[in-house]
Design a protein around this ligand. Structure first.
Ligand code: 5GP
Ligand code: MN
Length: 330
């Protein structure tokens, strides 16, 4: 704990000594990525700093009404901006996950890396990394508390969103007493919990439903019924009018089938490679499976990008998952 306090102090000094910061998160951002980006943006503004928030992917529609979301700019909009030598990366396990946002950063930049992925490879110059945190937003909560600044409703809303979404709506095994205590405190700062839940958990785009429909039609089960997987092709995206932001939650349907331990979504990328999303119910640590293919994530939710033909990628990933299952179940 005291080590974390030292890190908080160092991170605060890093912020106070700078003037203009780039705030960046991972491609295909989820609620923790967007919530944490916005929270750091609000925090910097409260401290009188300039913050430019960016993401390599568009902000998914369901996060579009979060306070400040309209200020997250697209990479292209910064083409003429001078590069940044002070950066805060949130929820980013390795630099590749920033996508092309890397091009905005000078080679000698000071970078504060705030993250909760066990697979984080400490690519920053300053670090606030805690794999036991349920969300990057939980680390932010503690950092903000350590600064003794006044919480605003906007700041609290963005932190709450990260806690809510990375715990699957306070359902996953990372829903600890600490998460609930922090969430309860955030409600006291004026967070409108039902509004956020409606925005980020109970709102679907038609594109998302169309993708789901197509994904479900490809659902297959392994012989023992412990692995379920789906495919989405480039055609599925173009014909359903969906974007990357519409993928949220689709893989869960595979994992949620009774008896299934690991659910997988395979998705064709424009590059020709295949993006693999893995979700585990209880037994398998899918971050290990993803790590084997050069990706990462958490024990229950992980991902990787695998080169190869459809059949090849499917075979290799299914093999690795069944081996992991067998190790769990001797
Ligand atoms: P998703 O399946 O929703 O894209 O990602 C699930 C989890 O795995 C997230 O925590 C995400 O950060 C992580 N993840 C997904 N893809 C990759 C990847 O290619 N590399 C790494 N390091 N993590 C990934
Ligand atoms: Mn996260």
């Amino acid at each position: 704990m005291s080590r974390m306090n030292d890190s908080f102090r160092e991170a605060t000094r890093f912020v106070l000594e700078g003037d203009r910061f780039l705030v960046v998160s991972h491609v295909d951002p989820d609620g923790d990525a967007i919530g944490s980006t916005l929270a750091v943006g609000h925090l910097l503004h409260l401290l009188g700093k300039r913050a430019v928030m960016v993401n390599a992917s568009p902000v998914p529609a369901k996060y579009g009404k979060l306070p400040g979301a309209e200020e997250i700019v697209k990479l292209q909009e910064l083409r003429d901006a001078s590069p940044f030598d002070r950066v805060i990366a949130v929820d980013v396990a390795d630099v590749e996950r920033m996508g092309d946002c890397r091009s905005l950063i000078t080679s000698d930049a000071l970078l504060l890396n705030i993250d909760h992925h066990r697979t984080n490879n400490r690519f920053g110059t300053h670090h606030l990394i805690n794999p036991d945190a349920a969300a990057t937003a939980e680390i932010l909560y503690d950092w903000i508390e350590s600064m003794e600044i006044q919480w605003t409703k906007e700041l609290a809303t963005c932190v709450y969103t990260g806690l809510l979404t990375d715990t699957g709506g306070f359902r996953y095994s990372n829903t600890t007493p600490s998460v609930m205590k922090r969430a309860a405190r955030l409600l006291e700062f004026g967070v409108d919990a039902p509004w956020i839940a409606e925005q980020v958990l109970e709102t679907l785009t038609i594109g998302q439903l169309n993708l789901l429909r197509r994904g479900l039609s490809t659902l297959r089960l392994s012989e023992d019924g412990r692995i379920a997987w789906m495919w989405l092709t480039l055609q599925d995206f173009s014909e359903s009018g969906a974007g990357e932001g519409d993928l949220d939650g689709i893989v869960n349907y595979a994992r949620n089938v009774i008896g299934v331990e690991v659910g997988i979504l395979f998705r064709q990328l424009k590059s020709g490679a295949v993006k693999v999303s893995l979700r585990s119910r209880r037994r398998v640590d899918v971050s290990e499976v993803a790590g084997f293919f050069g990706g990462g994530g958490h024990a229950r939710a992980a991902g990787c990008t695998v080169a190869g033909t459809r059949d090849e990628v499917e075979r290799r990933v299914l093999l690795r998952v069944s081996e992991a299952l067998e190790r769990m179940d001797p």
